[in-house]
Structure formats: structure tokens, C-alpha cells
Design a protein around this ligand. Structure first.
Ligand code: SAH
Ligand code: SF4
Length: 351
């Protein structure tokens, strides 16, 4: 049995089976989620006999770090390996001016959506992650760095709304067991309408981010095959309904690709498309991925685009590129550890 991912209730049931007190469950819970230990032996406030008894039936984790890379900007990328040999990448980002430690987690092995600009989709879809496998990514980061993650973004590999049961269960555990506030968690989707509709009917306080990337059907379908199934106007309707039901503002993510969707004309069209949508806009300058010929716009073009959207009354941020030297930036996650030569491996406690 694996203790990571167990809730306090589940640990209490386990303690009852072992004829131990409820207080033991609290202690174990604390070792797992706050102190982030890797082994039962480290749970030093449990008696040696009890630890031995527990070790006979359980261990803390079954997830391994296969590769660890540290970027010169402090970003750390882990390739984590699950017992069946499948791997995903998870990224820890730290911003100099903030105390926040943000984990970018994966929700699936690979991705079926296959956007033209993204490395994850290139390898196809393998399988969904279980909620325990999702939370193991954050525990891996905490165990390795000795630090507590404060924010989570579902922006790693995979499409979270195509694995929503596990994502919602993981969210519960992040919230109740890791004590990470729902508002510090963001779920990013390529626009899976049934998932958006389902989220509209929860009382979740987390932010929904929508990967829009284009203001119309023609342009969007060149980037995202999912546009053929869930069309931009229908996605907008689903978002309007989500906003009305939850009262929450959404984040619109928009990749800027030089000469493709970054022109003045497209900016104006985007501003119009968004005018009645309660949203903030996050511009993501394209990060290079070997499989395509897209280019990042110049800083000047980025600023011009930003200005045009701001001018229409939206709050706009430009996403800082993190960890590009170790292929840890948005869209660069492959889950295969192929790019290890560029990074520094095995440096512990660097953050
Ligand atoms: N599947 C979800 C979440 C993971 S991707 C989604 O698509 O929203 C997280 C963000 O990174 C998305 O906005 C995605 O469009 C963006 N992204 C993917 N490839 C990128 C690239 N090459 N450069 C910049 N951003 C990229
Ligand atoms: Fe999948 Fe998101 Fe990458 Fe598109 S951008 S292929 S939805 S992970």
C-alpha cells in the first residue's frame, strides 16, 4: 500500500485496522504532506516497532525521479517515473520577486489533442494519470527540495479536462491535505466543452484558463485540431455560461507566433472577440519546439499586441519564459527525458 495520496480519513481507517490511535494518522499525514518524507523510517515520532509494523504493509511512495534538470533561472524539471515505467514531466518555477513556488503538473501521459505548436502532443496519447500519480508530482518536488509548493498550474503534459475525475480528486487533496488554497490552483484547457460545462456546476474557486490562441475558427483550426470538434464560438458560449454560473473571471491564454497570429489585424479581432467575456489575457510568446517552423515575435511586436488588447480594457500579462535552457518552458515537455544533455542533473536543494 502506498501512503502518499491517502486522505486523513483513509489513514484513520488504516490506523483502526492496525489497532492504532487516530493521532497516529495525523502524525503520518503530517509526515507525508508537510514534511514530505520519502520513507516510513523518517517518521521519527512513531515508535520503532510501529514503524516496522507499518513497513510490512505500506511504503510512502512508488514514484521515482528518473531525471532532474536545473535551469540557470532556477526552474527545476523532473522526469518522474511511475511503477509501470510511464514517465511525465513536472516543473517547479520560482519567481525572484515572489515567495511563491509554483508546480506545473501533468495530467496525462502524452496528449491526444495534438496542437501543432506543442511537443507533448507529438508523441500521441498514452494514458490518463490517476489522482495519486498527479499528487506524487508535487510530493516529488517537495521531497527533493525540502520546500512547500504554494501554487499549482495544470499546464504540464496532457489535457486536464479529458481526465477531469482524477484532476478534481487531486484538487481536493491539494486543497485539504496539502493546504494549498483553491485560488492558488489553475486548470488550463484547450477548450473541452463538456469539461467546461462540468466545472461550471462545481463551486471550485480555482481559475480556469482557456488556450484560445486565435480569434476565429479558420486560424484556430490550423493550430488546434480540437477546433474541428469544439468550435471557438461554442467554446465561448460555454465560457460565458461558466462565468455566469460561477461569477469567476477566466484567463485567456494566447500563444504569440510571429507573422501568424500576432498582427495588428488579429489583435483587433481578438479584442472584439473578448469584449463581452469577463477575462484576463495571458500572452505566451511561442517557445521553440523542434517539430515545427514557428518563430517567436520580437519584443516590440509582443508589446504592440499587448497594448492593443489592453487598450480594449483587458488586463494583459506576458508570460515569463522559464527553464527554456532545459526545455521546461510551456509546450516543451515531452516526457521522455530526451533533452537531458542540456541540463544539470542530480543537484539537490538548489532552490
Ligand atoms: N493541455 C492544456 C494544458 C497544458 S499546455 C492546454 O493546452 O491548455 C499549457 C499551455 O502551454 C497552453 O496554453 C498551451 O497552449 C501552451 N503551449 C503549448 N505549446 C507551447 C509552445 N510551444 N510555446 C508556448 N506555449 C505553448
Ligand atoms: Fe495537449 Fe495542451 Fe499540448 Fe495542445 S497544448 S497538445 S492540449 S498539452
Amino acid at each position: 500500500m502506498i501512503l502518499s495520496g491517502m486522505t486523513l480519513d483513509e489513514l484513520e481507517n488504516l490506523m483502526a485496522e492496525m489497532k492504532a490511535t487516530k493521532f497516529r494518522a495525523k502524525q503520518i499525514h503530517n509526515w507525508i504532506y508537510s514534511k514530505s518524507v520519502s520513507s516510513i523510517d523518517e517518521m521519527t515520532n512513531l515508535s520503532k516497532d510501529f514503524r516496522e509494523e507499518l513497513k510490512n504493509i505500506a511504503s510512502v511512495t512508488d514514484t521515482k525521479i528518473k531525471v532532474k534538470q536545473v535551469s540557470k533561472d532556477g526552474t527545476i524539471k523532473y522526469l518522474v517515473e511511475y511503477p509501470d515505467g510511464e514517465c511525465v514531466e513536472t516543473v517547479l518555477m520560482r519567481f525572484d520577486n515572489r515567495a511563491n513556488l509554483t508546480a506545473c503538473v501533468s495530467s496525462q501521459v502524452g496528449c491526444a489533442v495534438n496542437c501543432s505548436f506543442c511537443a507533448t502532443g507529438k508523441g500521441g496519447f498514452k494514458r490518463n494519470l490517476t489522482y495519486k500519480e498527479i499528487i506524487e508530482q508535487v510530493l516529488t518536488i517537495q521531497r527533493d527540495t525540502g520546500l512547500k509548493v504554494t501554487n499549482i498550474v495544470f499546464m504540464g503534459q496532457g489535457e486536464p479536462l479529458l481526465n477531469l475525475d482524477n484532476v478534481l480528486k487531486a484538487l481536493d487533496i491539494f486543497n485539504n491535505d496539502f493546504q494549498i488554497g483553491q485560488r492558488r490552483i489553475t486548470i488550463s484547457t484547450s477548450g473541452i466543452i463538456p469539461g467546461i460545462e462540468r466545472l461550471a456546476n462545481t463551486d471550485l474557486q480555482s481559475t480556469l484558463a482557456i488556450s484560445l490562441h486565435a480569434p476565429n475558427h479558420e486560424l484556430r483550426k490550423e493550430l488546434m485540431p480540437i477546433e474541428n470538434k469544439y468550435k471557438i464560438d461554442e467554446v465561448k458560449k460555454a465560457l460565458m455560461n461558466y462565468i455566469e454560473k460561477t461569477g469567476r473571471r477566466v484567463t485567456v491564454e494566447y500563444i504569440l507566433i510571429h507573422g501568424f497570429n500576432d498582427t495588428t489585424q488579429v489583435a483587433k479581432e481578438l479584442a472584439y472577440f473578448l469584449h463581452d467575456l469577463k477575462c484576463n489575457v495571458n500572452l505566451i510568446p511561442y517557445n521553440s519546439v523542434i517539430e515545427n517552423d514557428y518563430k517567436k515575435p520580437s519584443s516590440n511586436d509582443i508589446m504592440k499586441f499587448k497594448y492593443l488588447i489592453e487598450h480594449s480594457g483587458k488586463k494583459v500579462t506576458v508570460r515569463l519564459e522559464r527553464g527554456a535552457d532545459i526545455d521546461a518552458a510551456c509546450g516543451q515537455l515531452r516526457g521522455k527525458g530526451e533533452n537531458v544533455v542540456k541540463g544539470v542533473k542530480g543537484v539537490k536543494g538548489v532552490v
